[in-house]
Design a protein around this ligand. Structure first.
Ligand SMILES: *Cc1c(COP(=O)(O)O)cnc(C)c1O
Length: 387
């Protein structure tokens, strides 16, 4: 049995970084312009071009992007925003910090995305917005969600943290809603270390978000130290400190240029996993829906103890013992004590999300993986499932 030496622990989600990023960051450092500047502006333009969006604004995380988008909806206390239980806590925390009440609608058991019929059942007179998450990179049923939003006068903010490459009927995820929010955190498909981006349907919304993301100072305040002479700024809102730095954009520019190249590599890894696990007592990701491009961000196995003969948590331990880093995306949010206490959420209220959260395991899928790494992961999965 091949055993990975300890020093070769395969870190889950380790990004692929190349010389161009390293040189560009060094260039920023040498130039002395570290903060928000021309590289951020270029990254915004190139990201908008990539997603065929009209407007994009970069920030220092997707959490910040979500928070700003929700603040821009001008929610009032008691307003409700419907989202999925199968997401990172940042999605729901952003709703809370924007002053609204998060409401969970369960996921579809196969797609693992928010179920539009479950959303419909949760709409009340206080509902203001829907916050779908394109889970693992799989586009949500946007036709159904847009129809619901239209019918009930709701806004849509898309959490595209997993969905940089994803398209639905030929259009990029993040361009359907009023806002689309992306992440460039270290484990995501394009990285800047920490970083995020907002796409907005309307230019005036994006202009306001940019002001809110930089202390509430009037437009282009970052230019105030430039060579055009000192410019006074006006504070027009109580904003936040969410701007992206040029050092971050320096990484993102080169990562974005390689996004399709990395996608092709993840597709190969995905197909190797699908082929290797087809005969094992676990559930692989469902095939993508027609007329969609899956972003291939997370390759998840469902380990059902009754079928696999091993519990999910035991499986996680065995993978780690085999020197393979694994992830859990996600324990259903109603399992978390804060939400239980504050909102009375219970795991049984969103049963599909809860079951998936208790069975799911994410395997390494970085474009950095070699074929040998992939074979090691496959071997480890087989070992971890042996009784
Ligand atoms: C990573 C992630 C976020 C938060 O992104 P950051 O850039 O780390 O703030 C939000 N939602 C989902 C679904 C994520 O996976």
């Amino acid at each position: 049995m091949p055993v990975r030496p300890k020093e070769r622990f395969l870190v889950f989600g380790s990004p692929r970084i190349e010389e161009a990023e390293i040189e560009e960051v060094a260039g920023s450092l040498r130039s002395g312009w570290l903060g928000t500047g021309p590289k951020v502006a270029r990254f915004e333009r190139e990201f908008a071009a990539y997603t065929q969006a009209e407007h994009a604004a970069a920030f220092n995380s997707c959490t910040a992007a979500l928070h700003l988008s929700l603040v821009a909806l001008r929610l009032r206390p008691g307003d409700e925003v419907i989202t999925t239980p199968l997401t990172f806590c940042a999605t729901v925390n952003a709703i809370i910090h924007a002053g609204a009440v998060p409401v969970l609608a369960d996921v579809d058991p196969v797609s693992m995305n928010i179920d539009p019929e479950a959303v419909r059942a949760k709409i009340t007179p206080r509902t203001r917005a829907i916050l779908p998450v394109h889970f693992a990179g799989r586009p949500c049923d946007m036709d159904a969600l847009l129809a619901l939003a239209d019918e009930h006068g709701l806004k849509i903010v898309e959490d595209c943290a997993h969905a940089i490459e994803s398209t639905y009927k030929g259009k990029h995820c993040g361009t359907f809603g009023d806002f689309g929010c992306f992440s460039f955190y270290v484990t995501k498909n394009v990285v800047t270390g920490e970083g995020g981006m907002v796409l907005a349907k309307r230019k005036e919304d994006l202009d306001r978000i940019k002001i809110l993301g930089l202390h509430g100072m009037s437009a282009d305040a970052w230019k105030r130290f430039g060579d055009e002479g000192y410019k006074h700024y006006q504070v027009v809102e109580a904003g936040f400190k969410y701007n992206m730095m040029d050092i971050q954009a320096a990484i993102g520019i080169h990562q974005l240029a390689r996004v399709d190249h990395y996608y092709v590599r993840r597709r190969e890894i995905w197909d190797m996993y699908d082929a290797a696990f087809a005969d094992l007592p676990v559930t692989c990701p469902a095939p993508p829906e027609a007329e969609t491009l899956h972003g291939l961000h997370l390759y998840t196995l469902l380990v059902d103890e009754a079928r696999a003969g091993v519990s999910r948590d035991r499986f996680l331990q065995r993978m780690t013992a085999e020197n393979i880093g694994v992830g859990v995306h996600y324990l259903g949010l109603p399992e978390q004590p804060y939400y239980q206490e504050r909102f009375g959420w219970r795991p049984k209220d969103t049963p599909h999300g809860t079951r998936i959260g208790r069975q799911t395991v994410s395997l390494p899928l970085s474009a950095k993986l070699t074929d040998t790494d992939v074979q090691d992961v496959i071997e480890a999965v087989r070992i971890a499932l042996k009784h």
